[in-house]
Design a protein around this ligand. Sequence first.
Ligand code: SUG
Length: 467
Amino acid sequence: MMSAREYNFDGLVGPTHNYAGLSWGNVASAMHQNATANPRAAALEGLAKMRRVAAMGIGQAVLPPLARPNLRLLHELGFRGSPGEMIERAGKSDPVLLAAAYSASSMWTANAATVSPAADCADRRTHFTPANLATLLHRSAEAIDTTRVLRAVFRDERRFAVHDSLPGCLVLSDEGAANHTRLCSADGSRGIELFVAGRSAFDRSAAAPALYPARQTLEASQAVARRHQLDLEQATLFFQQNPVVIDAGVFHNDVISVGRGNVLLAHELAFIDQRNRLDELRRMWDQVCDGPLEIVEIAARDLPVADAVSSYLFNSQLLSRPDGGMTLLCPQEVAETPTAHAAARKILAAGTPIDDLQFADLRQSMRNGGGPACLRLRVVLDEVDRAGCAPGVFWTESLDRRLTAWVQKHYRESLAPEDLRDPRLVDECQAAIESLASILQLDHGMLLADHVSTASMNRAAGMSESQ
Ligand code: SUG
């Protein structure tokens, strides 16, 4: 039997990818507010990245975009009528609400859930907690649909536990795998799970950012670790993000640090009390894992935080190739930022298994603050696990061809803020998702569940309510 290995489940960029400036604290999102997006180019960039990772012999799969516009959200916000009427009314009343309902933010699957591999969990199942994304309206609306999609994909309950998301409130705000790193000697053996929160909700004396929100609380991370039945004493750590860097635009830990296997890359300003915390990690590693742990810290004088944020060096994908080496797949912006490029070369020369630097053009996603690592959710699967998943989501050349043709057929090349009020977009999106369901062999009713039920609820409520 083949041993467990990591799969990257990339989010397919949905047909409504747009720039609405919805993410307070995410510098790129604010900078590109109201720019015109190219959803087709965005989706093709994402597919090109998946093709590249798959070609390296690394596990690759896709997760479908959530159906948009989110009619359930518009209904919850009091808009009634046919889908077209709901869109029109929301657009007139508050374009920000319409943009939230149209957001394609489910593409960043690093925020879909926190995943703990079976080897770390007491019941030896792979545990998922879908993130409640409670800090931002457009993202919080993802949780319920993401949970349904994850249950449909990771469907064998003997192998997988897909929990409900944590209650959506400030105390438990949770952003998933973007604030979670697993370090291990081998994917299938016991590892260390490192959670990084931006603040503590209960400890008012703890440091917190002054300007931007800390999207992950310690209390949320602890709850996830308990649910996943992790070894809290010996193999789980909770770090705090440095609030100064959150205020500089580091809205998730994966903008300032990345780890996999026995390698952790971090900016020197990533964590509070960094030196002691990394020592604690080294001690834990020696107890739990085999071989050396490689920690590479990048100094602020070599890479100012502003350059880390604009280049997204730490949002590179750290990939283990079958030949034993590691590739750091960086966003193109790293090559264009001299300090970041020099830091990447330094990482390459640091004597870790990283022996290859590559660059990917993901500009459409990057303009919304989503780099290579944001676009993927890492899941460790062995062959039995894989057989317990929906088969159609795994990457093959034929799936690649079909998805490329699907994007070419269904996606617009230009989407400006005012286009969200175009009633034809509703039907275009629905047609796209229906056809995607058959490509991925997923139930289209499952993918469109809220869309369909909200529309029929509104029809049943009749016109009196719609006025
Ligand atoms: O949550 N951007 C996303 C980017 C998420 C990146 N994910 C990770 N770092 N793992 C966010 O801020 C922008 C949407 C807009 O402005 O239209 C947005 O949601």
